[in-house]
Design a protein around this ligand. Sequence first.
Ligand code: H53
Length: 839
Amino acid sequence: IQEPQLQGQDTGMQCEDDRTGIGVETLKRAFLDNLFYVQGKFPALATKHDYYMALAYTVRDRLLQRWVNTAAIYTQQGSRTVAYLSAEFLMGPHLGNNLINLGIYNQVQQAMTELKLDLKELLAKEEEPGLGNGGLGRLAACYLDSLASLEIPTLGYGIRYEFGIFDQLIRNGWQVEKTDKWLRYGNPWEIARPEWAVSVKFGGRTEAHKNAQGRYRVRWIPHKVVLGIPYDTPILGYKVNTANTLRLWKAEAPESFDFEAFNRGNYYGAVDQKVTSENLTKVLYPNDETYEGKQLRLEQQYFFVSCALQDMLRIMLRQKLPLEQFHEKFAVQLNDTHPAIAVAELMRLLLDEHDMDWEPAWEITQKTFGYTNHTLLPEALEKWSLKLFSSLLPRHLEIIYEINWRFLEQVRHKFGTDEGRIGRLSLIDENDGKFVRMAHLACVGSHKINGVAALHSELLQKTTLLDFYEFFPEKFTNITNGVTPRRWIVLSNPKLTNLITSCIGDNWIKHLEDVQRIETYAEDPGFQQEWQQIKRENKVNVAEILLDRTGVKVDPDSLFDIQVKRIHQYKRQHLNILHAITLYNQIKQNPNLDITPRTLIFAGKAAPGYYIAKLIIKLINSVAEVVNKDPDIGDRLKVVFLPDYNVKNSQPIYPAADLSEQISTAGKEASGTGNMKFAMNGALTIGTLDGTNIEIRNAVGAENFFLFGLTTEDVGALRLTGYRPREYYKENPQLKQAIDQIASGYFSHGDRSLFKPLVDLLLDKDPFMLMADYQPYIDCQQQVSQTYRDRDRWLQMSILNTARMGKFSSDRAIREYCQQIWKVQPVPVQLAAEKTGDG
Ligand code: H53
C-alpha cells in the first residue's frame, strides 16, 4: 500500500500531506478544507457542531492511514486475531481519545486557538456512542484501547443500536428517560461496509437430508431472514500505528419492499417487513445485571453473534485458511453470557453449512471460545424459555440438546449417576418451567472461564459454578479487571498528567506500573503543594458543572465525597444517603458543630423498570432539597445529584474526588472499575471487602484505605443465623432517627407514603444488609473526616494511591488474557514511510 508520508513538522521546505501531516499549519489547512468539502460550510456560517465535524474528519484522515496499513499487514500475515464479542461497547467520545493516542492533542489545540476556536468546546459537541449500560460495556471499551495499544490484532463485534442508553433528566426529583438519538447529526467515526453484509435466519423448522457422501445432515428452513450490515470504527492504540476495528451490526430487511404487496397497492404493508427487521437493532435494553426474558433481546444476541461468526468464516475463506484452523485463526471471547449462543451457532455453521462432522466441529468450538463471567447475582444469569428458544432458534435447540447429552454422559462417566449433580449441571433447567441456561452453555463450550476479580473468581468456583469447577477445574482462572490510563488519567486529568510526567517522564502512560516512581515525592512539600493545587482546580471545575446543571453552589474546599455508578440496591446508594441524613442531624442538634465540610455528589441511571432504584434517586434529591436550603447547615454539607451520568460527564468527576464511595454489600460487586478510576486520580476509597476493593487495598496499603463493614463470610453467617434488620434500627438512635424522618415525610413535604416501600424493605428484609453495616460505615466516615483535617497526611495518602495503582491498568489485564487465554502475540504495524526510512 502506498500512502503519503507522515511528517511531524512543517519544514517550510516541504509541504505536508493534508491528510496525514500533523504540523499546526497543516492541521489548520486540513481542518478548513474539511469544513468546506465535508460540511459544505465556510467559517461565517459554520456552527460549533460543523467545526466539531470538520475536526473529527481531520483526525479521522490521520487514523485511516494507520487503519488501512494495519488491515493490510493482518491480511498479509494471516495474523491470529482476538474477536471480542460483546452486546455492549460503552466507548465514550472518540475525538479526545484519538487526539491523545495519535499524540497530537497539543498541536490540535494550538491550531484551534490560532483559528480562534476553543478545542474544549468542540470536544463537548461530540454525541457519545452510549452503546452500553455500565461496567461491562465500559470494560469492553477499555479492553479495545489496550488491545490496540499492545498491538494485538483484534476485532470487536457488537450491535449498532440506533438508540443507545437513554438520556436521564431529573424532573421533580424523579428520573425521566429520554431517547438517545446519538446518530441524529451523523457519525464521522464509522464507515459502513455493505459489501460484507450477511444473512441471519430466524424461526421456521429443520429437516434432514443427505450430503454428497450419503451422510445425514440438517437443513434449517427459516421463517424470516434479516440482513446484517457491518459498520466499522477504527480503534487506534496509544502511540503505535495499530488501528484495530470495532465492527457493529445493523439489521436491515433483505429487500426494502415487498414488491408483491406493493403491486397489490398495499404500500404500508410493503414496508412492514423493513420496519420489523430494523427494529432488531433499534434500541439497547437499559438493564444492567438483570435480564428480561424478552424475545427481541434474544434476537439481538443471536443476530450479532451470527453476523460475527459468519464474518470470521468469510475472513478465513478470503485468506484461504482451512476451516479446521478456525481456533488457530480466532480466539473468541464471550463477554458475559449475552453472546453465549455463539457456541451453538459456530457448531451449526460448521456442521450444517460447512459439512463438518460433530467431533472435529466440537473440538474446534471448545478451543475457540473463552467465557468471562461478570456477576454472581442470580437475576443476571440468563435463561431462555424452551418455548421461545424453539420458536426462534429451532436448529440451535437441537444442537444444544446434543451438546447436553454428550456432556452429561461425561459427567456420568466421571461421577456416576448422581441425579442431583446432573440436574444442576444440565444445560436445561427443569426446575420451574424449562429453560436453556446460557452460562452452562458458555462453560461447556469454552476452554477457559474467568471471573473479573480474585474474590469473584473464588466465589464463582465455590458457589455459582461449583459443579462446573469440580468437573473441569483446569478451565477456571481469574483475570482482575483494569481500566485504560489513556482515557481515565491522560484525557480526564491533563494537569495531573503533566505533573507526573514532569517528575518521571511519560513512560507510565504505557506502563502504569512505572507511576510507582512518584512515591519518592509523596512527602515532598513542593510536590504535595502542586498535587493539592491540581485537585483544587479539578474540584472548581466540577463545582462549575454542578452549578450549571443543578443550580447548587458547592464549596470547592469541602471534602468531595462521590458515588457515581448505576443505581442498584446492592451498590447501596441509600446507605450513603443515610450518612448524609446523619450528618445533617448532627449539625441540626449542634448548630456550632465543627465538622469537616462535605459535598456529597451522586450520579447514575436506574433501569426504567427498576422501581426501588428510581425511588432511591427520588430520595437522594429529596434529602438534597432539604439539606441544601437549610440555613443552619450552610456550607458544611451539600448533597447533589448530577443528572445524565455517562462517559463524557464522568470524565471531570474522577479527578475532582477526595473520597470514592465503594460500599456494595460484600460478595455482590464482581469487580467494580469506577473504584480504579478514582484511586488512580488520587481519591481515597471508603469501601467494603468486595470485588477489586480488596485488591486495591492490598496495592495501596491498608493504611491508605478506609475499610468498613461485613465480609462475605459475615454476610453468609448472618443470613444463616437469621438476619433481623429491625433490631439494628431499634437499638441505634441515630439510625432510628434517620429512618423515622424518611418514613414521616420529613424529606417529602409530609408525604408518608412516598418512601414507605423503601423503608419497609429496609426494616423487614434489608436484602443488602444496610442496617448491619450502618454504624461501622458512620464510624469509618468519622475517621475520613478527621484524616481530611490533617492536610499533609491526606495528601500523602492521595499520592500513594495514585502511585500504587499500576496493577489496575487494562494493559495488565489484557496481557494476562493474551498469555493465559488467547495465546496471541503482538503484530507491530509499520507505516511504509517508516519502513523505507524516508519519512
Ligand atoms: O461488570 C463489570 C464489573 C461489575 C459488574 C458489571 C456487570 C455489568 O455491568 C452488567 C452485567 C454483568 O453481569 C456485570 O457488575 O462489578 O466491574 C465489569 O466486569
